[in-house]
Design a protein around this ligand. Structure first.
Ligand code: ADP
Ligand code: ADP
Ligand code: ZN
Ligand code: ZN
Length: 777
């Protein structure tokens, strides 16, 4: 059926996860969006089927021996796919950046900048030209020899080592010293060296204090331990070690975590005195381009970096600079011009990181591939959405196909092709409702996407609530905020808006429990609920404790003497020991990223055979962990302790998640909603301030409605909710809006407008206002 001229990717019989034997044809060389409510199966189709199959073929082609691995990992459940190009995935989850990676390394811009310094930098007279490696703090050739390229060094101070200078050494003035025998030993050595160990520390001569704390000398003296009257000790040879030396050695070498933690209390980190925090060796810092060192250029926001490079004199410099500037351009277009090359990736949001990777792809020179993206609009202000579409169009123009899982309706409208999956989540979804031009979705009545995309029902008019007080935050001077003072009304729902990098997260990060009026503060962020596959929503919400108690209380468990611990996969006893309860084992392959395969013994069940002989209402504990929240809510309907947490999970739109789905497989948005559910379930008394950073990430507009109903419910119950949001429907439905900007980085950081939504929608100079006006009725 397939000819090389067939312009379609044709998927036949896709059954991954909840997909119901899906057949779908998607044209190549277009921007195609995949839509549908959360859990409908979009990712199962785009990532789990199309991308996974492309990946499988790639493995097979580069390494025939990978066949065995693929067999273990399991090929996607699909009868066949034709017309499938190689695929590149830019997925938000499961991409843990290392702490040494930065904006510069992720985008490869650092390489280009180093090349420029190596080939066309201004060197001091007589200096040898350096290799481009010598400009990288991550190589032996470039790293500052003092701090090994870390930029900071550990030091200690007299104030830290001696917190109470009114004490004598005998009374324990040197808090950093070890206790018991070792401490007494050091004190006796000092006495033997002629120091007065009975005078208050502050009365000792400065030179003595300095020597005692900081010397690198290690004199050996004969100690006569006289003062322990009741025990007779013989003289011995003792070696002195200064307090600093002791702390550093313990911190660096001790095998005891407790001792290391104690030592750390006496350390502070300070910028490296040799490289000044730039992490580079002096020879590299002596080279300049346009009058600045590479460290100085790497600290500039990208918009300024492009300007600072100026118009170079030499031809080599011109070529290299032009290349660099053209690589910076798409990053700036995607609203990330406020970032600097030296910004560490762990400080970036998942959305920022994905857009950086996306911008980088524009210069990869790849063509004929299919890019698969996961909600690239996450964290993006509506003002920057057009730029996102332009970038997707450019990838397409370069001869690629672009498949995007996306909820943002402007991105959906701008696509060439739409694949709508649904109609519901989990077993209520898994069908392709529409695959064709966007406009034709209007004819599909059962599509939730259609309802929101065309002639949406206006949100029910809601009275703006009156605040019950105010919370003053600031003045804040941090990142790009300069002495900003913000007022947050209490007892209402506030939306904080502004383009990416305008300072929203920085501002709300200043809200703390000790501010007057806050009461309890609950921050619901997008950080993972756990870093290992051992955490999942059941363990996080406490639901799993209930489940294990139910299993332990069955007759079968009792007669075998199985307690609650038997049903844990985290401790030996009931779990499968081959995989130690993980359900899968890691497979290392030469030249390929290591990957996971289901455990050969338990087949992914995580438990040993005896444990699985115990059932509760006909299901094993492994089968219960495999239930979706929705199915579990039915299964446990008459067990309130389980039904309550499950109910709140349903409320925040997570009915499609399986109880045992590992934390590492959850998106940031899902993690955030699990935390929210865990909070809701507690039912706080007294005033609580809830702080949420873009809670609508990953949510279909239909799910956003459900979530917002919950958040407004919290306000109606007397609490305060503050959200950072880009979804203008959510902003329009808030009681108060605080708009930051106008731009990102140094072009932002001010409060541009504050007021009820109708006021902010009319505010002059606000980038948000025009987008807010569009949705206000
Ligand atoms: P969407 O991308 O539309 O939010 P998904 O494709 O992630 O939806 O999920 C569709 C269904 O498949 C859901 O019911 C989900 O619980 C289930 N599912 C997702 N990942 C897995 C997995 N690794 N194993 C089993 N079921 C899964
Ligand atoms: P928003 O939340 O509006 O996207 P942020 O508060 O994250 O904006 O960022 C505001 C400014 O502060 C930006 O210029 C950003 O680069 C900078 N910034 C944010 N976090 C850090 C950090 N951890 N280190 C250095 N700069 C930061
Ligand atoms: Zn250094
Ligand atoms: Zn196992």
């Amino acid at each position: 059926m397939h000819s090389p001229h067939d312009p379609f990717v044709r998927v036949r019989g896709a059954r991954e996860h909840n997909l119901r034997n899906v057949d779908v044809d998607i044209p190549r060389d277009v921007v195609a969006v995949f839509t549908g409510v959360s859990g409908s199966g979009k990712s199962s189709l785009a990532f789990g089927t199309v991308y996974a199959e492309a990946q499988r073929r790639y493995f097979e082609s580069v390494a025939p021996y990978a066949r065995r691995l693929i067999h273990q990992v399991g090929a996607p459940k699909v009868d066949g796919i034709t017309g499938l190009p190689p695929a590149v995935s830019l997925e938000q989850r499961r991409s843990a950046p290392t702490s040494r990676s930065s904006v510069g390394t992720v985008t490869n811009l650092s390489n280009s900048l180093r090349m420029l310094f190596s080939r066309a930098g201004d060197y001091p007279p007589g200096a040898e030209r350096l290799d481009s490696d010598a400009f990288s703090p991550n190589t032996a050739a470039g790293a500052c020899p003092e701090c090994h390229g870390l930029g900071r060094v550990h030091t200690t101070t007299e104030e830290l080592l001696v917190p109470d200078p009114s004490l004598s050494i005998r009374e324990g003035a040197i808090a950093a010293w070890p206790g018991a025998w070792q401490g007494k030993n050091l004190r006796d050595i000092l006495a033997a060296l002629g120091h007065d160990v009975d005078r208050p520390w502050r009365e000792l001569p400065a030179a003595a204090r300095q020597w005692i704390l900081f010397t690198d000398e290690q004199p050996v003296v004969t100690v006569h331990p006289v003062r322990d009257a009741d025990r007779i000790q013989r003289p011995y040879q003792g070696t002195y070690m200064s307090a600093r030396r002791w702390v550093m050695k313990t911190f660096a070498e001790s095998k005891s975590a407790t001792l290391r933690a104690k030592a750390e209390r006496f350390l502070t980190s300070a910028p490296c005195p040799v490289c000044g925090g730039s992490r580079l060796r002096p020879e590299a810092l002596a080279v300049t381009v346009a009058g600045r060192t590479i460290a100085e250029l790497a600290a500039l926001p990208l918009t300024e970096l492009a300007r600072a490079l100026g118009s170079p004199a030499s031809e080599t410099a011109r070529v290299l600079t032009a290349d660099l500037v053209s690589r910076i351009a798409p990053v700036v277009e995607l609203g990330l011009g406020y970032l600097s090359l030296d910004r560490a990736t762990p400080t970036l949001s998942a959305g920022e990181l994905q857009r950086l990777r996306l911008a980088t792809q524009l210069r990869s020179g790849l063509f004929g591939v299919v890019y698969v993206l996961d909600e690239p609009s996450a964290g993006l202000h509506p003002a920057d959405t057009e730029a996102l579409l332009t970038v997707l169009e450019r990838l397409k123009a370069a001869g690629n196909s672009v498949f995007v899982v996306e909820h943002h309706l402007d991105v959906v409208r701008g696509a060439d092709w739409l694949v709508d999956v649904g109609p519901g989540a989990g077993e209520h979804g898994g069908r392709v409702l529409h695959s064709g031009p966007v406009a034709q979705l209007a004819d599909v009545p059962e599509s939730a996407t259609a309802r929101h995309l065309f002639g949406r029902a206006p949100a029910p008019a809601r009275e703006v609530r009156a605040p019950r007080g105010r919370l003053t935050v600031g003045p804040v001077t941090r990142h790009n905020l300069r002495a900003v003072t913000a007022e947050f009304p209490l007892g209402v729902l506030t939306a904080v808006t502004g383009v990416s990098g305008s300072g929203k997260s920085t501002l709300i990060g200043e809200i703390t429990e000790d501010l007057p009026g806050v009461g309890r503060l609950v921050t619901v962020d997008q950080k993972p609920i756990g870093r290992t596959p051992r955490s999942n929503l059941a363990t996080y919400t406490g639901l799993f404790d209930v489940v294990r108690r139910l299993f332990a209380a069955t007759d079968e468990a009792r007669s075998r003497g199985f307690g609650v611990g038997r049903f844990s996969f985290n401790v030996p006893g009931g779990r499968c020991e081959t995989c130690q309860g993980e359900g899968f084992v890691s497979v290392e392959l030469l030249f390929l990223p290591s990957t996971y395969a289901p455990c050969p013994d338990c087949g992914g069940a995580r438990y040993n055979a005896e444990t699985l002989e115990v059932t509760y209402r006909g299901r094993t504990v492994a089968e219960v962990l495999d239930l979706t929240v929705e199915a579990a809510a039915e299964f446990f309907a008459d067990t309130p302790a389980a039904a309550r947490p499950l109910g709140t999970l349903l409320d925040v739109g997570l009915g499609y998640l399986r109880l045992g789905q590992p934390a590492t497989e959850l998106s940031g948005g899902e993690a955030q909603r699990i935390k929210l559910a865990a909070e809701l379930q507690r039912g706080r008394r007294g005033h609580t301030l809830y702080l949420l950073d873009e809670p609508t990430t990953g949510l279909h507009p239909a799910d956003v409605e459900v979530l917002m109903r919950r958040l407004h419910g919290l306000v109606d119950a007397g609490h305060t909710v503050i959200v950072v949001e880009h979804d203008m429907e959510v902003v329009a439905g808030a009681d108060w809006v605080l708009d930051l900007g106008p731009g990102g980085g140094d072009a932002g950081g001010r409060i541009v407008a504050a007021g009820v939504p109708a006021e902010v929608a009319r505010a002059e100079g606000s980038v948000t206002a025009p987008y807010l006006r569009r949705v206000m009725h």
